[in-house]
Design a protein around this ligand. Structure first.
Ligand code: SF4
Length: 385
């Protein structure tokens, strides 16, 4: 059977080399050729012994998922759709900025979490990606961009796992992928510049803190359990207080001294001044300093099946002002790549619905999310039961 060498972190590649009867240090050479130089052809790996190259040709390959679609936005954002077989496609997006190049990658084909505002969540879950399929997105993008931009130095400085899928539901593959990204013989990315974004899988947040504490982003989207149960169904299993406690525990390991909370701004659903004040109360409960978290407000990218609308710019600005005045660092995500649907979970929109998720979400949509009554003090409605 042919081994795909993109499936291995350095330790795994060393074990593979040993099985071939080769010294472990050969793995470091091989790893550098693959990840630092983007080589896929063993004949190009000139400092490997010819006998090893011949051996590798018989039992190994370097194989990233095939790109089926590429589109560059007018703002420089590039989106790729990767074919991962059996009709599944996953997305990656490169977002260039003055001081960094960020790649957003996927960890699963589809997603089982069924977040109400997420295009991927509406498609249902197909399967976990392999390490080669996760790392392959970075491997392809980095070396494509170097050729495309005529650069020899690293183009991608930051990786965020915010594409399709819940990374912490594909834990082992994500863990090995993170190790490839962080390895100095691989991509050499700093732990501060690699972000795992989760909808709140509490036990795995703790595990990630112990195993490979990279930057953590949490999809929050609501200040109360009642509303979050509706927007992020996983909240019924791990409610807000359990989630915030896990975030606090993670801080002991995190490469930064804060957790980022993602908050998708949904018109009339979670974007009022009362919601903002309820959020301030939530994160500062128990006398916590408000410096332990940052908020990233994301203008919702509407898609027809959601039945939701993007908050008005004035509502987003007012919301950000309340958080900011309470001492919480708050940013509003620039809408990049709007012309190519390059928002989280919104790229592979034509993938077929693989579960009954459409019916489930249609049922959720029939449940009214009532606005807060004036002065309701965080009593938000929206329970999906
Ligand atoms: S927001 Fe993330 S976790 Fe939720 S359904 Fe979309 S991809 Fe899955």
């Amino acid at each position: 059977m042919t081994a795909n060498l993109l499936d291995y972190d350095l330790e795994g590649l060393a074990a593979f080399c040993e099985r071939l009867g080769e010294k472990r240090f050969r793995a470091t050479q091989l790893f550098r050729w693959i990840h630092q130089k983007g080589a896929a052809n063993f004949d190009d790996m000139s400092d490997l012994a010819k006998s090893l190259r011949e051996k590798l040709k018989t039992c190994a390959a370097v194989s990233a998922p095939r790109v089926t679609f590429q589109h560059q936005s007018t703002d420089g954002t590039i989106k790729w759709l990767f074919d991962v077989g059996a009709g599944d496609a996953v997305e990656a997006v490169f977002i260039p900025e003055d001081d960094r190049g960020t790649l957003c990658i996927s960890s699963q084909a589809g997603c089982a979490m069924a977040c109400r505002f997420c295009s991927t969540g509406h498609q249902g879950f197909s399967r976990n990606l392999t390490v080669a399929e996760i790392v392959g997105q970075l491997w392809f993008a980095e070396h494509f961009l170097r050729r495309h931009l005529g650069r020899e130095d690293r183009v991608i400085s930051n990786v965020v796992m915010m594409g399709m899928g819940e990374p912490l539901q594909n834990y082992q593959a994500v863990l090995h992928s993170l190790r490839v990204m962080l390895d100095d013989h691989g991509y050499g990315l700093s732990r501060r510049r690699v972000t795992v974004s989760t909808s709140g899988v509490v036990p795995m947040i703790d595990k990630l803190g112990r195993d490979c504490p990279v930057a953590l982003a949490v999809s929050l989207h609501a200040p109360t359990d009642m509303l979050r149960d509706n927007l992020v169904p996983l909240n019924r299993k791990y409610p807000l207080q359990e989630l915030l406690d896990a975030c606090q525990r993670y801080l002991a390991f995190a490469p930064r001294d804060f957790i980022t909370f993602e908050y998708c701004m949904l018109d009339g659903v979670n974007d009022t001044a009362e919601h903002a004040r309820a959020l301030v109360a939530l994160v500062s409960a128990g006398g916590r300093s408000r410096a332990w978290c940052k908020f990233n407000l994301i203008p919702f990218n509407p898609f027809p099946a959601s039945g939701l609308l993007r908050s008005a710019p004035a509502a987003i600005a007012a919301f950000a002002k309340i958080l900011g005045e309470a001492g919480i660092v708050t940013t509003v995500r620039k809408t990049r790549g709007d012309d190519i649907d390059a928002a989280c979970g919104q790229l592979a929109g034509d993938v077929m619905d693989r579960t009954a998720v459409e019916q489930r979400i249609a049922k959720q949509r029939r449940i009214e999310i009532k606005p807060l009554a004036a002065g309701a003090g965080g009593k938000l409605s929206g329970d999906a039961k």
